[in-house]
Design a protein around this ligand. Structure first.
Ligand SMILES: [Zn+2]
Ligand SMILES: [Zn+2]
Length: 668
């Protein structure tokens, strides 16, 4: 019962190729950085603003301890080298909003409150159900109270001064408990009534509150309701979570007032305060690891241009093609360009979309026919197109037919990102073989899209996506969902972003296209910070490593000095979170350091030069001459690293943490 209610949402979420289970465990203690070759550290303040939680309900010292919240985190890369060499250290600041501030916030919530009762099943086929409360033997009615998530976020954003503003370098986390502020909340008695099995029972009513939003697919107009959130944020550098909200079926986390009574906790005694600190800390842990210092999925790579090459390939039946929608209506080039450009403001972002029929490519048509199986996914009941077979046909580590479509370059001047987007017939979906019990349902058996590192694959279908509004659970005839949302999501992975719910599910309620639940089209401020930090980290790490292995000579002293000045400028901006402004200095530092390294390795040694110009001329003139002879001329525009042997633009190789020449097949 519950599963089928989850499905309308589950069907349109995406699975990344790298699928990590949700981890609730605490981070292990980190080993001090010596010996790991780390060369940069950055400090981030995490300002926790409590709304409705008072200092005497918890133990602030215990909350800030390393056993409760993470003290440090490497900038991890999940698919690639382990980390970037950057380590973040977190300073926790606790602020307790006064009673009148919390009261005025609660009054604001009441003023935008919407109420809707739900029952164990929908009253109409497309009627609302709270998927957490579907047990007809114990539930008479769920009284749901909804607050518009965007309005709540903008109230907090415009009242930041009440809480002392955002840290100069860091993020604000609002942690609310509003159950004693006249916000209708799920309580322990209702919980007991609902979960206690009894026969016969008198079904009882429950109350709960949530944050909600309504979104519309930009291509085909399907309206989607996202009712059951317990947190929200991402438009700027703060996140809001309400521990008294819920329970939400999406996270399965109990509100604090229920969880504490379930454990028999009283915050008036010593242990109760420790328990409360740990409870809050486990949410802080999620926000820090998912949002404030998230993992990178792939290494973030600097380039002057990001060139997104999308091939939208129609594999529908002739009847479906004439039924519509037309392929060109299923994707929005402008929206993809604008959102990806928001991640890399220092670079050019171009999007090229080519529309074609699969039959235009006979080889592709043949492999698609092979991959289109009669196997069915056991959860959704949908037939499977074998994604691995299709990927193998394209990838250069397989049959390599991607070269029929695009010659991919990855250099500091251009990074090409190829994507193949399929329109399947019927309700086909991409699927992959799984080693688990193939007779039992497995949520990892199918995917809407995947970011594979060298390309994106997306598969949507006529029935389950483009015309899904015709389905009675939607009741929106003629409406559907197109490629744009999924394309931005997968391209976000290719840029390096991960999902925001790896460490805790609450942060899936974030205003970002990288989540599953919210169906946002835009990236969050956390995403933008993560990418721009990553770009600076890459360039600065290179500069620092190059300088540390370069001998200071007569000829490169100028470059070394320039590199150090640019590093200092970049770090200053980085430390005030002007990550976008820092990029030009990080880039200049990398170029200067690279030049210094090349000069130090030059075949003409200082000794030889000295003998040529004669010792009598003296050191001062020698330095000047050396500088004039060997100083690079610096053009007015931005210069990019080129191979000293062949002058090809260099590619940053994150695995080796150095520049690599693809033509000469060697690192520089
Ligand atoms: Zn994903
Ligand atoms: Zn070369």
């Amino acid at each position: 019962m519950r599963l089928s209610l989850v499905l309308p949402v589950a069907l349109i979420v995406l699975l990344s190729v790298v699928q990590f289970p949700t981890v609730h465990s605490q981070s292990p203690q980190l080993i001090p950085q010596q010996g790991f070759g780390l060369n940069r550290s950055a400090s981030l303040t995490v300002k926790i603003v409590f709304l409705g939680i008072t200092p005497d309900e918890l133990n602030s010292t215990y909350l800030k301890r390393n056993v409760t919240v993470p003290p440090l985190k490497y900038q991890t890369i999940l698919a690639g080298p382990l980390n970037t060499g950057v380590i973040f250290s977190f300073n926790y600041q606790l602020v307790f909003a006064d009673n009148s501030t919390v009261s005025s916030f609660a009054r604001y919530l009441s003023s935008i409150q919407r109420e809707e009762n739900t029952f164990s099943g929908p009253l109409t086929p497309s009627g609302l159900v709270n998927p957490y409360f579907t047990n007809s033997s114990t539930l008479s009615m769920a009284q749901n109270y909804f607050y518009d998530a965007d309005k709540v976020e903008s109230w907090l954003g415009s009242n930041m001064t009440l809480f002392g503003g955002n840290p100069v370098s860091g993020y604000t986390l609002f942690v609310a408990d509003l159950h004693s502020y006249k916000i209708p909340s799920f309580n322990y008695t209702e919980y007991q009534n609902y979960v206690t099995p009894c026969r016969p029972c008198t079904p009882q009513a429950v109350q709960a509150h949530y944050y909600n939003r309504t979104v519309t697919d930009p291509d085909l107009g399907l309206v989607m309701y996202r009712h059951f959130m317990t947190g929200w944020g991402g438009s700027s550098r703060f996140y809001y979570m309400d521990l008294s909200a819920g329970p939400s079926y999406w996270t399965n986390e109990l509100p604090v007032q229920v969880a504490s009574q379930l454990r028999g906790i009283s915050t008036s005694n010593y242990y109760g305060k420790l328990w409360m600190s740990k409870f809050v800390g486990s949410y802080v842990y999620g926000a820090v690891n998912n949002l404030f210092a998230p993992d990178q999925l792939y290494p973030v790579n600097y380039s002057q241009n990001y060139n997104l090459q999308l091939f939208v390939l129609d594999n529908r039946t002739a009847a479906e093609m004439s039924q519509g929608p037309q392929l060109t209506a299923t994707i929005n080039e402008t929206m993809i360009q604008q959102n990806l450009a928001s991640l890399v403001p220092f670079a050019g972002v171009t999007v090229h979309i080519k529309f074609a029929n699969v039959t235009d490519y006979p080889g592709l048509a043949a492999i698609m026919a092979n991959a289109t199986t009669s196997l069915r996914d056991l959860i959704s009941g949908r037939p499977i197109v074998d994604g691995d077979l299709v990927y193998n046909w394209f990838t250069t580590s397989g049959l390599g037919h991607i070269t029929n479509f695009i010659n991919v370059t990855r250099t500091t001047s251009t990074i090409d990102v190829p994507a193949f987007l399929f329109a399947f017939k019927g309700n086909y979906t991409f699927g992959v073989p799984v080693k688990e019990d193939i007779g039992s349902p497995n949520i990892y058996g199918t995917f809407g899209g995947e970011a594979l590192g060298d390309m994106v694959l997306i598969g949507l279908s006529q029935q389950a996506d483009f015309t899904i509004g015709n389905n009675s659970t939607y009741g929106q005839g003629g409406k559907g969902a197109g490629f744009t949302h999924d394309a931005i999501h997968e391209l976000g992975h290719m840029m390096g972003l991960n999902h925001p719910f790896i460490y805790d599910l609450t942060e899936d309620f974030t205003n970002t296209v990288m989540g599953y639940y919210a169906y946002s089209l835009n990236f969050s401020q956390f995403d933008r910070d993560s990418i721009l930090r990553g770009v600076n980290d890459e360039l600065l790490s290179f500069a620092l490593q190059a300088l540390s292995t370069t001998q200071n000579t007569l000829f490169n002293a100028g470059d070394i000095s320039m590199a150090n000045q640019n590093i200092a400028k970049a770090e200053n901006l980085y430390n005030t979170m002007d990550y976008a402004g820092a990029v030009q200095y990080s880039l200049a530092a990398a170029e200067d350091a690279s030049a210094a390294q090349q000069l130090a390795n030059s075949a003409i040694s200082p000794a030889l030069v000295f003998s040529l110009i004669g010792v009598a001329i003296g050191t001062a003139i020698g330095i000047l001459l050396g500088y004039l002879l060997f100083r690079r001329s610096r053009p007015a525009g931005v210069q990019y690293n080129r191979c000293p042997t062949c002058q090809q633009p260099l590619r940053w190789d994150p695995a080796q943490m150095r520049w690599y020449c693809d033509r000469c097949q060697k690192p520089v």
